[in-house]
Design a protein around this ligand. Structure first.
Ligand code: SIN
Length: 199
């Protein structure tokens, strides 16, 4: 049977393409080509700001906090599934190099289930920070910045993107609210200090 060039190309692409689940910056900073993108969720994982970022949103001396996935029975994590070609995985391996590992997951997308990979920074990797009090994590995020920009921007972009996806994520929204509250408190403190100085 004879097939058109487009048919053969599409068949080869879908055979060679991979699904990648993004749950952090891969949702809102898309610096790679993809064939298709769908809203997706994975079960048994929770998104947490427990990974240190020494290369993107912080420095080795003052790491920022970025998200990783923690295995949690009964939890679910909403993100985006991308169908990409193999060379995109090489790019993502480099982008996610500070502690993240490719991990196979089952994704439930708006058009059915599929299996693919996601990048998880497991407990015990050299950059892992783990949990802390909400205030302490918010203060870390407020103060940190690295070559890719401020840690605050990473958090706020993620919170806004999750909101657009209609994703519930109490951890992310609570941190974003806390960072904004800390900024408002600092702003009020600065104004009070200026009033005292001004007499
Ligand atoms: C991801 O977005 O899926 C991985 C973590 C990150 O790069 O923020």
């Amino acid at each position: 049977m004879w097939h058109s060039g487009a048919f053969v190309r599409n068949t080869v692409v879908s055979f060679l393409a991979h699904w990648v689940f993004g749950y952090g910056s891969l949702i809102w900073r898309v610096d790679f080509p993809y064939h298709e993108r769908r809203r997706a969720l994975i079960r048994g994982w929770a998104r947490r700001f427990w990974q240190g970022s020494r290369d993107h949103r912080g420095t080795p001396e003052a790491p920022g906090r970025v998200v990783t996935l923690i295995p949690r029975r009964g939890e679910r994590c909403v993100g985006l599934a991308y169908r990409v070609e193999a060379d995109v995985l090489a790019h993502l391996d480099h982008r996610e190099k500070d502690g993240y590992e490719r991990t196979e997951v089952d994704m439930h997308t708006t058009s059915g289930a599929c299996r693919g990979i996601t990048y998880v920074a497991p407990a015990g990797n050299p950059g892992y920070l783990g949990p802390d009090r909400l205030d302490a994590m918010a203060a870390d995020i407020r103060g940190a910045a690295g070559p890719s920009g401020s840690n605050r921007d990473y958090l706020c972009q993620l919170a806004a993107a999750l909101d657009r996806l209609g994703a519930e994520d109490a951890h992310v929204y609570a941190l974003a609210a806390r960072v904004k509250a800390l900024e408002a408190e600092a702003g009020r403190g600065g104004q009070a200090a200026r009033r005292v100085e001004g007499g």
